[in-house]
Design a protein around this ligand. Sequence first.
Ligand code: FPP
Length: 247
Amino acid sequence: MTLDQIPSMPSPPAASNLHVAVIMDGNGRWAANRGWPRLVGHRKGVERVRGLVEASPELGIRYLTLYAFSTENWKRSTEEVLGLMSLLSRYIKAEAKRLNKEGVRLRFIGDRTRLEPKLIKLMDWIERQTEANTRLFLTVAINYGGRDEITRAMRLIASKVQKGEILPSAVNDALIAEHLDTSFLPDPELIVRTSGETRVSNFLLWQSAYSEYVFTPILWPDFTPENMRAILDTFRSRERRFGGVKT
Ligand code: FPP
């Protein structure tokens, strides 16, 4: 009998309460491949978000974090930026009922100060509407950048130190994590990026210290829950194999 066959060995805690974060890439290419405007790709991308949110609990995902708009995305054309913002607003308005029905708590990370007041209001509203739900914790990153998040956290900590509220010697990993946008989330076990790009692109820089990365060539508008299931199966079998010796 090998060690991992001993019945009393607990299964890894990550197996059914996973935090999976996704860099949803490839919307523009998906549309361009069909001769369509980029926004059509983003619209199809929203449908894929809906599908994955619905499938997540059954896939064993408890926390799903999606990169919807980065601090760098402002460099895109005005048409595309406004289009993306409008898709986000529409998603929030259209999804409230379904999220509550499916037990999904929706929250946002990123710097809200640069966003339209109307969108900020909607974000606050849906966060309140869904705050009692616990089946799936969905987090959407809007105007999010890992460096920007760490910079804002550092500024906050520095001002508390200056006011004498915390000692410099009290600044440690845990205190920094508490000041990040993600203070309410565990670190992700797995980060998936679609479309074949193999970059981290400023996503969850602090939180990904021990995350596993999976890069898939599938473009986001083609990415189905079955594709996620296959990625998770591979991830879990890797976890099981290394489960006994992981530190
Ligand atoms: C990257 O593809 C994708 C984005 C910048 C936007 C992602 C947004 C959505 C899928 C819709 C809104 C999300 C929610 C949560 C409702 P790209 O345009 O950079 O693709 P490309 O690299 O092929 O150009």
